[in-house]
Write a protein that binds this ligand. Structure first.
Ligand code: GH3
Ligand code: MG
Ligand code: MG
Ligand code: MG
Length: 299
């Protein structure tokens, strides 16, 4: 059974909150907020709502101002917002929709229409998340894919170019993986890749950092604002953590367990260079790590 979707209802009048809560409680997990600030607290909580029902006329911060804040925050900008209000002029409705509300319901409302609209918008939102996942995540490991990496590296490169910060990038490649597949089978190979991905996801968790599957048995680690010393330390932690999994690999030239080689570079972005230079640089360090015997980090 799916978990119930979470709906945040924001209204300054207790009676309105109660009526909507009664209407929705059976199908959804309903959270209530009696003003905009309380709503923001609920939105920024550990598990944000799946949809927001929002009153317009409220003291202090009105519904439009709150919607503006919701759209400003990365974390909440994609949560569908439905206005539900006694303001019934065409101008008010147009304003709400132009600001990015997905729908606009007039009070007094018809209960089954409110329910139907909520249901439809939750379906659209779920489909959107699904598509986002398909576009940005790797199917095997469920970690960010190469496309996500390329978007992130462009963005972080430009950010560091503006701020003057350095940026580090590492390429990771599983050692003797063809031999692993050939001897233990493709399913075991897939499982090994998921294990490596889990290590990366566990170790690389600063908000601006990114670990992604670059393709095949290659992964990439992006560490903005991280100098060579810090990045190498991080990469070494990843290398050691993969070895510590003790996934037996009896056909590796690098030891008795599954291991990875990592090559990295640290650069100061400039107008005359580009993100691709980093990938090329990291790749040649990786090649050198392979040549020197694998299961090592080279910068
Ligand atoms: P090296 O230590 O030099 O990196 O050697 P290697 O054997 O790891 O490198 P090679 O490029 O010869 O082989 C990579 C292997 O990775 C071959 C390919 O079948 C396997 N591989 C790539 N993607 C996947 C995948 O998604 N699942 C599985 N099971 N294997 C994969
Ligand atoms: Mg009100
Ligand atoms: Mg490879
Ligand atoms: Mg390899």
């Amino acid at each position: 059974m799916d978990e119930k979707s979470k709906i945040l209802v924001v209204d300054d009048e207790r009676l309105n909150l109660n009526v909507l809560a009664d209407l929705l409680r059976q199908d959804y997990k309903v959270i209530l907020a009696k003003n905009a600030n309380q709503a923001l607290d609920r939105i920024n909580a550990e598990f944000p709502p799946d949809l927001i029902l929002l009153d317009v006329v409220m003291p202090e911060m009105d519904g439009y101002a709150l919607l503006h804040k919701i759209k400003e925050q990365e974390l909440s900008k994609n949560i569908p917002v439905i206005f539900i209000t006694a303001l019934d002029s065409k101008q008010d409705e147009a304003r709400g929709l132009e600001m990015g509300a997905v729908d606009y319901i007039h009070k007094p409302f018809h209960p089954s229409i409110v329910k139907a609209r909520i249901k439809n918008h939750l379906i659209i939102s779920r489909q959107r998340k699904l598509l986002e996942g398909l576009a940005n995540l790797d199917g095997l490991t469920e970690m960010p894919n190469r496309r996500s990496f390329e978007i992130a590296v462009e963005k972080e490169w430009r950010r560091c170019l503006r701020s003057g910060d350095v940026i580090s990038l590492a390429m990771l490649d599983v050692d003797c993986f063809k031999q692993y597949n050939d001897n233990y089978g493709h399913a075991a190979g897939d499982e090994a890749l998921r294990n490596v991905a889990n290590v990366l996801t566990r170790e690389i968790k600063r908000p601006a950092d990114l670990a992604a599957r670059f393709g095949g048995e290659e992964f990439v680690i992006l560490l903005p604002e991280t100098d060579a010393e810090g990045a190498k330390f991080k990469a070494e932690k990843v290398r050691a953590a993969v070895e510590a999994l003790q996934v037996v690999h009896g056909f590796s030239s690098a030891g008795q367990f599954l291991t990875v080689s990592i090559g990295g570079v640290t650069v100061s972005p400039s107008m005359s260079s580009k993100p691709l230079d980093m990938t090329v640089g990291a790749d040649s360090m990786l090649y050198e790590a392979k040549r020197r015997g694998r299961n090592m980090v080279l910068w």
